[in-house]
Design a protein around this ligand. Sequence first.
Ligand SMILES: Cc1cc2nc3c(=O)[nH]c(=O)nc-3n(C[C@H](O)[C@H](O)[C@H](O)COP(=O)(O)OP(=O)(O)OC[C@H]3O[C@@H](n4cnc5c(N)ncnc54)[C@H](O)[C@@H]3O)c2cc1C
Length: 424
Amino acid sequence: MREKKMVYDIIVVGAGPAGSVAAYTASRLGFKVALIEREAKGRDKYCGGGISKGALDFLVNNVSKEVRETAETEPDGFVVFSPSNRTLISSFYGYQGILVRRSVFDAKLMELAENAGAEFFEKTAIASLSKKDGYVALRTSGGEEFLGRYIIVATGVWDSLGEKAGIPKLSKEQFGHCWGTEASFPVDSYAKYWREELGVFPIFIFFGPVKSGYAWFFPKANHMNFGIGTTLVESSSLGGKHATIFNNVLENAVRLGVFREKPSFNIDRSLLIPFSSKPRQTLYSLNYRMLLVGDAAGFVHPVTGEGIYGAVVSGWLAAHSVREAEETGEISRLAGYEEKVWEKFGRDMFHYGGKLAKLLYSSRTGLEIGLRGIMEDGRAVRLLAKLLGHADEKVSEEMYNYVLRNIPSLAIKAILAKKVKKYV
Ligand SMILES: Cc1cc2nc3c(=O)[nH]c(=O)nc-3n(C[C@H](O)[C@H](O)[C@H](O)COP(=O)(O)OP(=O)(O)OC[C@H]3O[C@@H](n4cnc5c(N)ncnc54)[C@H](O)[C@@H]3O)c2cc1C
């Protein structure tokens, strides 16, 4: 049990990307910060480990360029398969990000937060909260007490602290479910094969194995991240066919020439993700001087499932929102966090991303036609590259408006679509 009294301006709970960036930013703004993580430093998290160009640029510009060093690979293209295996092979047009191991990437962000002055407590799980002497008191499962004037909740998809503060939790319909593996794989030799066959070193995305989602192969340094993700409602209705779908995707990938032979992958990971066109209903509690960030707030893109962008940007915004409350002496200013989120990425991610998700994922036929139309339209393919790379703050709006404006011509292109379309 620690002896000293643990009193902080800001306590950040959870040291994933959202929490570490919040702690880093708040420390740089001059606050006394505690960053509390229930697991040990270097903990892993089941994730594709795709850091989009948008997320990477944000981190390089607002945290440190050292984040770049965590890259294992930097695919310069993508291959998308429609439900009927129509194939798009495309360059990223410079919109690519990096692929990382989350254990390494997250540890780097934790280290940067610590170096900026945040006190880091690992293997420390916050179990409850209450109000005490003008502070919010957070108690660990071991009975220790931390006092904070502000709390930033970055506890991820399983958050319960927000709910304890009276913030409604995400509903079942707002979750997605992913299953897959991160297994050893001869990426180096395949990189050569893919470059020869496809002209790029790509990520692979299969639309169709599941409704309202996709399967992916992300090649990293000598291992492959392979996963399938869909809504939790859809996953629950699969009646245990997860392993069959996993196997079908692998066999299909061999048939389509992605692999020379079937890799011996097994499902060894499974996790929920917030995946809906709405984030959490409320993002703050004035009573507990609390702001929610990252997955705890539901900030995942409803089309791509990208969550690290929302995590790091919201962490940064939360720290700045606390500063505003401090500078003005008005706690009610914390409420402005919601507006900041909406302006910076929420409107694009949920309003337009939500519309785009509806267009794409409502039916298998719609998905097939939509993808075929996009594949045949050079401008739409560029926009898809930009969306996957989250390379612009308004990219979902741009893509949605483009698709909507061009539905008739995209539909005609879909009818005439070729089996394979290449933009390399
Ligand atoms: C299979 C899968 C693939 C994905 N692929 C991608 C991808 O390729 N690219 C992308 O951008 N996004 C991806 N995502 C989403 C991304 O992983 C999340 O959006 C991101 O990790 C959210 O970051 P976070 O900091 O909010 O939460 P997390 O990274 O989950 O971190 C939360 C932290 O809080 C800690 N914690 C929880 N409760 C407590 C407590 N009570 N006390 C102390 N600590 C606590 C946890 O131990 C954890 O370390 C994927 C998600 C899944 C499930």
